[in-house]
Design a protein around this ligand. Structure first.
Ligand code: DOR
Length: 399
């Protein structure tokens, strides 16, 4: 197949460390097939899926079921993340070693941290015996219960209960210290606060085995997006202030934050078309990474090299998967991007079953045109398809 890729960017296909694909149990929001289709359209060859399914993925059997279902579907590879504790209830350690054997690449807690210091320490000690990274959503539930958005001037104005930065900072600090004493590999999910950035920078400076990720929405939006009580902007951790966004961008640039991860969190319209207090937190993200983040590259806030590294090599390192490669003789995992294509994010064209994103209807620039995963085309947009079916030879497609 010969494609005209003039003016396009050819990069390794992406690895997402943090997606919620909802199967088993909440397939009305998303399932493995629709989630992987969305991932392919977003440029991903690998997707790590969080364990807060129904039931929670805390066993070998559920891990195996997810892997088998993904193989049936085809498309990007799915890598389960097991629960740290049984039922994510924070008490009894789950069978991490069994889940690893079945294909799990890490373990993680739930969105609300109910894991005590003692249990977290045991989890880190146990996981380190077979080199499994432990992922922490970093939220001290005692400080966030009932919170609806970031705690600050806007939450006060809107009369919504706030989620203070310190609720994140406390858990990151606690677990960095536990990682230091246990020597375990600790990864912080969706960092959102400038305090957490400071703690991570210091920890890395002292050589502690910590890595961290940031989402596209925390890099681009602030709590001002919540002013109209728009429930699609309700997310955990919450959208914070410009000072936090600036700190996150700087941390991504200097490597304090290693990875960009989507925290793709689909919810049905019923769960978002309601009062702010009742709405489920979360945004979809798999299909929006490229158009949202190329905007940061264009404005000079993020270099293209760092963007690609944070979506490929860096997450690959966390889960022990080499970066997808363009090397000859390997199964191709690559993504072709038209960096100039301008279009409106159209709900009808999203592969995800859910529509909960504040970027819906926005005009953005930059489109994934082709994704190869495991040596196979898993996504081709209509322009690429038209080119591929065009006759070869003079006047036909050229490389
Ligand atoms: O807003 C969120 N929603 N943050 C998370 O970490 C979990 C997610 C979900 O599962 O809906």
């Amino acid at each position: 197949q010969v494609l005209n890729g003039q003016g396009m960017l050819l990069v390794p296909a992406f690895i997402d460390l943090h997606a919620h694909l909802r199967e088993p149990g909440q397939e009305y929001k998303e399932d493995i097939a629709s989630g992987l289709a969305a991932a392919a359209a977003g440029g991903f060859a690998h997707v790590c899926v969080m364990p807060n399914t129904r039931p929670v993925n805390d066993t070998r059997a559920i891990t195996e079921m997810m892997v088998a279902r993904a193989r049936e579907v085809g498309g990007p590879a799915l890598h389960p993340i097991g629960a740290i504790t049984v039922g994510q209830k924070g008490k009894e350690l789950a069978e991490m070693a069994d889940m690893k054997e079945a294909g799990a690449v890490a373990v993680s807690d739930d969105g609300h941290c109910v894991t005590s210091s003692a249990v977290m320490r045991r989890a880190l000690e146990y996981a380190s015996t077979f080199d499994m990274p432990v992922i922490q959503h970093a939220e001290d539930h005692a400080l966030t219960e009932g919170a609806q958005m970031h705690e600050g001037a806007i939450s006060t104005r809107l009369g919504l209960r706030g989620w203070p930065r310190v609720a994140e900072d406390i858990i990151v600090a606690r677990d960095v210290l536990l990682a230091e004493v246990t020597g375990a590999r600790y990864h912080v999910a969706h960092v959102s606060s400038l305090g957490a950035v400071r703690i991570l920078r210091e920890a890395k400076g002292r050589g502690i085995a910590v890595t961290a990720e940031v989402t596209p929405h925390h890099l681009t939006l602030t709590d001002e997006a919540v002013i109209g009580y728009d429930t699609v902007c309700k997310v955990n951790p919450p959208l914070r202030e410009q000072a936090d966004v600036d700190a996150l961008r700087e941390a991504l640039a200097d490597g304090t934050i290693d990875v960009i991860a989507t925290d793709h969190a689909p919810h049905s319209s019923l769960e978002k078309d309601c009062e702010f207090a009742e709405a489920s937190p979360g945004m979809i993200g798999l299909e929006l990474v490229v158009p949202v983040l190329l905007g940061l590259v264009r404005s000079g806030a993020l270099s293209l090299g760092r963007l690609v590294d944070a979506l490929t090599r860096a997450p690959g390192r966390v889960i022990g998967l080499g970066a997808p490669t363009l090397a000859v003789g390997q199964r191709a995992e690559l993504c072709l991007i038209d960096p100039e294509r301008r279009y409106r994010i159209d709900p009808a064209r999203l592969r995800s079953k859910s529509r909960n994103t504040p970027f819906l209807g926005r005009e953005l620039v930059g489109q994934v045109c082709l994704t190869l995963a495991g040596g196979r085309v898993v996504f081709a947009d209509s322009l690429v398809e038209a080119q591929s079916s065009a006759p070869r030879g003079p006047g036909g497609p050229v490389s």
